[in-house]
Write a protein that binds this ligand. Structure first.
Ligand code: GP9
Ligand code: MN
Length: 606
């Protein structure tokens, strides 16, 4: 009976996962993972059922079969509606619940009942055998089943991690998690993650509210710069996330050709910040987006887009909306990636144009999907129809690891070093530069250029420490020290305001500083907003930028890997020099983390 029930649940689950959900399964290995992943959870559910209803094994089996069908059908119907898997926060959000149930009822199909076929078969069979006595499984048998389930899950997880490292610790896409560990394991995983967050919230909430309030009072603050305040008042805002772009390529050549000819040209007509750092953690692109929109740090682990989409935020799109702006995002990836479909509404975005809004096919795609040139070409058509003024965020994708590019898109030769990654990075960056150039031409042709402000930023590093040897050769250095590594976390920031002449600015800053900067340029006050960043044009700015791992940079010092460096020489200096700032860095990160963990903006802000 147990064997039959397991087989039936397994087949049913595999069928739904493979044919009813559109999961991006690539190749035989991933097919195998998808095929095997329901079995561990099926066995586990059966063991639990039989432990709870020790004396009624038939009932336990029927219940597990029914319960598995129920989870699958809820997900199936939700998927039909939202092309996504249900999460606990969605289930618990009372405002969602009304909509949810009405959508569910509207979308139920009579054929969905087939999902309960196995339960029915088992019930009929049990009924027929109702006279014959059954013996519950003994402890040893249950233990064996339990062990099999654990071993199978471990094998499943190892295989899935070999395809996607840090699958569970760095959740980035529900589709990928379901594809890798199956719908039931995902259900449990989501429940555990959310329970942990809820308890953290309860712990943090009250305890830290007072602390956060008092910290806010003593936070070092810049003074508003009257010569820049409102300089872009009323203009549309284009915010462009440049994937994996680091500052070291700006103004540099390779094979005697400029790597970023367009950006080098734009630099002369923009405020260009050459001391600007990315501050991202595990949430990569989404962390950069979060910091820019909220002026809070992202989280020490995990992606805040995934963990806290139900928090209250004082975010840039929300504030701008209150001032008549239309906030929209353009990104040609699946909407569930980084949980964007749930986080964007929380930040106040009105519309998210995701992969479903673009024409994507093999000929215009590479690596992660739609190439940047067709992405911008298709976006401009959509942007033209937005209500004005708009705040429009465009997220590029082509310059993403592993930086693959077709030969015809390679406008500069690959670099020549022992790192294929760095070698490919050069033409990949050059391609993005070309895409940006064409986009600016399209914006001009659409008549949107003069009345807009353009903010272009690198989201995070693209070349990791693994490639230090090749990086050292590229930069003409003997080796990359931890001090150099921090310098390599600089990402370019351009603020281009047509008609306003720019200059290169050496002010020290990071992604958390962009929100107050943008608000001030648009002539909107940021003084009352909770924020850890300061206006990059502000007067008397505190010269202090903290990275997510606790490293920091001041006007004179760099602190990383527990060592203090003299910024002028790059040499180690007396640790005591960094002590004061080390405390300040911890305070700033804690302040921000507590706001997020405790959902404090729900109370602080108002
Ligand atoms: C995916 C894109 C890239 O949608 O944002 O993600 P990343 O890996 O850079 O965070
Ligand atoms: Mn990125």
């Amino acid at each position: 009976m147990v064997v039959w029930a397991s087989l039936l649940i397994w087949v049913k689950t595999y069928y739904i996962q493979r044919f009813a959900f559109e999961l991006p399964v690539e190749g035989a290995y991933q097919e195998f993972i998808l095929w095997m992943n329901p079995i561990s959870s099926t066995l586990c559910m059966l063991v639990m059922g039989m432990l709870i209803f020790r004396r009624y094994p038939r009932f336990a089996i029927l219940l597990v079969s029914f319960f598995s069908s129920l989870i699958l059908s809820i997900n199936l119907i939700y998927y039909r509606c939202f092309n996504d898997f249900i999460t606990f926060p969605v289930l618990m959000e009372s405002s969602n619940l009304g909509d949810l149930w009405s959508s569910i009822l509207a979308l139920v199909r009579i054929t969905d009942l087939f999902l309960f076929t196995d339960t029915l078969l088992l019930a009929v069979w049990l009924y027929k055998k109702k006279q014959s006595p059954v013996k519950p499984l003994n402890r040893l048998q249950l233990l064996a089943l339990c062990q099999t389930s654990v071993v199978l899950f471990a094998v499943n997880l190892c295989m899935a991690e070999s395809v996607r490292p840090e699958l569970l610790s760095r959740t980035f896409d529900r589709q990928i998690v379901v594809k890798s560990i199956g719908a039931f394991n995902y259900f449990v995983y989501d429940a555990v993650v959310n329970l942990r967050l809820e308890s953290q919230k309860a712990l943090t909430g009250k305890r830290h509210l007072a602390m956060a309030e008092s910290y806010k009072q003593q936070m070092p603050r810049d003074q508003m710069n009257p010569s820049m305040f409102g300089i872009a008042k009323g203009r549309n805002v284009f915010l462009i996330s440049m994937e994996s772009l680091q500052s070291f390529v700006i103004g540099q050549s390779s094979s005697n050709q400029e790597i970023t000819p367009f950006l080098n040209h734009l630099l002369k007509e923009s405020f260009y910040f050459d001391n600007f750092y990315h501050q991202t953690g595990q949430g990569k692109t989404s962390d950069a987006e979060f910091m820019i929109d909220t002026s809070l740090y992202a989280l020490p682990s995990g992606a805040v887009f995934f963990t806290h989409p139900n928090n209250a935020y004082q975010a840039l799109p929300k504030t701008l909306k209150e001032h008549g702006y239309y906030p929209a995002v353009f990104h040609a990836n699946h909407k569930t990636f980084w949980n964007r479909n749930l986080m964007y509404p929380a930040l106040g975005y009105e519309r998210f144009f995701s992969s479903a809004d673009y024409q994507i096919y093999a000929a215009n795609s590479v690596g992660w999907g739609l190439k940047d040139i067709p992405f911008f070409e298709q976006s401009i058509g959509l942007i033209k129809s937005l209500p004005k003024p708009f705040y429009c965020k465009l997220i590029t994708l082509t310059n993403h690891y592993p930086f693959t590019l077709e030969a015809k898109d390679r406008l500069i030769a690959e670099y020549d070093s022992n790192s294929g990654t760095l070698n490919r990075y050069i033409p990949s960056v050059r391609y993005m530069d070309e895409a940006l150039k064409q986009f600016f031409e399209q914006v001009k042709a659409a008549g949107l250029y003069n009345n807009s402000m353009f903010i272009l930023y690198g989201d995070h590093n693209g070349i990791s420490q693994k490639h230090n040897k090749a990086m050292a050769a590229f930069l003409g250095k003997k080796k990359i020290t931890p001090f150099d590594h921090i310098q390599l976390q600089k990402v370019p920031l351009f603020i281009h305001i047509p008609g306003v002449s720019g200059q290169t600015i050496h002010t020290l800053g990071g992604q958390v500083d962009l929100k107050p900067t943008i608000l001030h340029l648009l002539g909107l006050e940021a003084e009352r907003e909770v924020r850890v960043g300061n206006d990059l044009f502000g007067l008397n700015r505190p010269e202090f930028t903290v990275l997510r791992n606790g490293s920091f940079i001041t006007d004179k010092l760099v602190f990383t890997r527990n060592k203090c460096y003299d910024k002028a020489t790059g040499e180690k200096t007396n640790a005591a020099a960094c002590e004061h700032w080390k405390e300040k860095a911890a305070e700033a990160l804690n302040y921000s983390d507590n706001i997020i963990f405790g959902d404090l903006l729900r109370t602080i802000a108002h």
